[in-house]
Design a protein around this ligand. Sequence first.
Ligand SMILES: [Zn+2]
Length: 130
Amino acid sequence: MNLTPFTDPPSLMGKLIRGIRKTCSRCGGGKLFKNWFTQFEDCPTCGLHFEREDGYFLGAMMVDFAVTELMFVIVLIVSLAATWPDLPVARLTILLVVTNLAVPLLFWPFSRTLWIAMERHFYLKSHQDP
Ligand SMILES: [Zn+2]
């Protein structure tokens, strides 16, 4: 359902900025989520249907996983550097477990909009805008 002719920003960075702001990759419109974990099926502004095919959001899960593991490594390195050589193993373990539980939940909607932005950037290089 195309209500009006919206266009994506031409650059990947422009699309990623829209993604990190949780706005539509194509029109920049906001309010794409009913709540933190539930995304509307279509953009309320331009009508872009987000899930083009079954399994589409596996890429968003991959983005969420990559960011989570990146945060895990950053927290680990900073913690090791701050406490070396007297490592508080129990507290460090709890901190890392909390990091691995919290980051994917907090980053979930951003991972979806970032995935849409990345996927649209590369999809539109070889396809017509659906
Ligand atoms: Zn839109």
